[in-house]
Design a protein around this ligand. Structure first.
Ligand code: ARG
Length: 503
């Protein structure tokens, strides 16, 4: 007995040793492989870009590849310096945080060199000259100067110099979108009076993206130069500047310029005029402003949640009751509704209602615009109703058959049976899943940011876009959500206790 035991111990010890040997072997292979690639002379540069800005950077529809003037330029620079380029697609407002985190080596994204940005990151020498322009609808008011935008609705891409210019216009209602094409769509749909963005990108968008009905009203409101963005004191800055200088001198730069912009390149300044004579450090985070903006956002988040949940509850209850209908067709229609709204992403539903519907109706010559709030509440309510219908249905169906029969025996009509016997019991059972749906909805309202809604998450994004303090701000945003969801769950717990039967 003892010997058999010691034998098996010995055997399992041997197995463990073998296993250890295999694991060590594998680890060595992995380590060697990875150190081998690190030692390679031509380590790729990871370059961030927001590929929604043709002709500078965009995804080619047929090949799916990221292409554009910037992309060809950075590839030529990499080629000149002996480094392959690995493109990393990022949202524009995520580029500077990514450079600060050093998760990318550089970024090329038509990024204007500004003193504020230069406090958070470094720039190469300028490689492009551009300026801001105002776009309006063809039949809209002729707004040629920024000061004429006072009191108007302006759509911009979040974190861009266009957004900064718009934010300085007194009394303007600025809504920010994740990309310039979305801001232009907002204008085309009639939900904004103007878009402020870079001239070459706008010209290209109007020409190539078939955004008919838009025109440039004011051009070259500012003069800006673009630079390749780099982490502060990055070792590759010198290499990039040298390669860029060589490309300009050899005429390769001019060839790319002609190819993408159909014009002769201007003579570029050696340093950005906007950076001359300043070098103050990055300003501290204004905590009072952060608190104020996040509270404003939290108010909007709460409003969205309460409105959508209320409408969703009404719709969900109606659906749950209709699902009890003896008519087959009614049941099928309800199921179709639920399957559609549960089975497609809320994000898609939001885009469909806010951008899709007005665009469709306008091509049919039906003048229709939908404001942000009704659009967001509609999308969220339709979605929540589908989930709540299922919760309520299962609550109703969980009530014991005996209860239904007892109500029938007492001569209750189906409505009375539901109202006096089934519903009061079902409500107690569905409270915990209802609380779940409510909490989920609080968080899901953050999706409304994509249609330019300044709810809690977007307020955070907007602050990051000007202060570049991603970690502190997003932690603060998360905490505010946490306070909201925890309070909601406490409220529901209390309600549950209130409704529970005395035992
Ligand atoms: N030049 C403007 C800026 O730096 C807009 C750049 C937008 N670029 C983009 N890839 N979306 O703010």
């Amino acid at each position: 007995m003892t010997s058999r035991l010691s034998l098996s111990i010995e055997r399992s010890g041997r197995w463990r040793r073998r296993l250890a040997l295999v694991v060590t072997g594998l680890l060595t292979v992995v380590l060697l492989a990875s150190s081998g690639s690190r030692a390679a002379p031509e380590q790729p540069w990871r370059v961030g870009t927001d590929p929604t800005f043709p002709p500078f950077e965009y995804r080619d529809n047929s090949s799916g590849q990221i292409t554009g003037f910037d992309i060809d330029l950075i590839k030529a620079i990499g080629n000149q310096a002996g480094h392959p380029i690995e493109l990393v697609a990022l949202p524009f407002d995520g580029i500077i945080p990514a450079l600060q985190a050093r998760s990318i080596d550089a970024a090329i994204s038509a990024i204007t060199i500004t003193p504020e940005r230069a406090r958070a990151i470094d720039f190469s020498r300028p490689y492009f000259e551009a300026g801001q322009a105002i776009v309006v609808r063809e039949n809209g008011p002729n707004l040629t100067r920024l000061d004429q935008l006072q009191g108007r609705r302006i759509a911009v891409q979040i974190g861009t110099t266009g957004a900064i210019a718009a934010s300085k216009v007194a009394g303007a209602q600025v809504s920010s979108f994740d990309s310039t094409p979305l801001a232009l769509q907002e204008l085309a749909n009639g939900n904004a009076d103007a878009v402020v963005s870079d001239v070459p990108a706008i010209l290209y968008a109007i020409k190539a993206a078939h955004l008919s009905g838009l025109r440039i009203a004011g051009e070259h409101l500012s003069s800006e130069v673009y630079g390749i963005a780099l982490p502060t004191n990055a070792p590759i800055t010198g290499t990039i500047n040298k390669a860029l200088g060589e490309l300009i001198a050899s005429g390769r730069y001019a060839a790319l310029y002609r190819q993408w912009l159909g014009a002769e390149p201007p003579v570029l300044p050696a340093t950005a005029p906007s950076l001359q004579g300043q070098s103050s450090p990055l300003a501290g985070l204004d905590l009072a402003l952060l608190a104020k903006n996040l509270l404003k956002g939290a108010g909007i988040t709460l409003l969205l949640t309460v409105l959508s949940f209320s409408f969703g509850l009404v719709g969900g209850t109606a659906l749950a009751l209709l699902l009890q209908s003896p008519r087959h067709l009614v049941q099928v229609l309800c199921r179709l509704y639920i399957d559609f709204f549960r089975g497609t992403p809320m994000l898609v539903q939001l885009f469909l209602i806010y951008f899709g519907l007005p665009a469709l109706l306008q091509t049919l010559d039906v003048p229709f615009t939908i404001e942000r709030l009704p659009a967001a509440v509609t999308a969220l309510s339709l979605n929540v109703a589908a989930y709540l219908a299922e919760v309520l249905r299962s609550g109703i169906e969980s009530i014991d058959r005996g209860q239904w029969e007892a109500a029938d025996a007492l001569g209750f009509s189906p409505v009375e049976r539901m109202r006096f016997v089934i519903a009061p019991q079902a409500i107690r059972r569905v409270l915990p899943p209802l609380a779940n749906e409510f909490i989920t909805l609080i968080k899901d309202t953050s999706l409304a940011a994509v249609i330019g809604f300044d709810e809690l998450f977007r307020q955070g994004q907007l602050m990051v876009a000007t202060t570049y303090r991603a970690f502190e701000i997003y932690i603060a945003v998360a905490l505010v959500y946490l306070v909201m969801t925890t309070s909601a769950s406490l409220l529901f717990k209390r309600l549950e206790r209130r409704l529970s039967l005395p035992s």
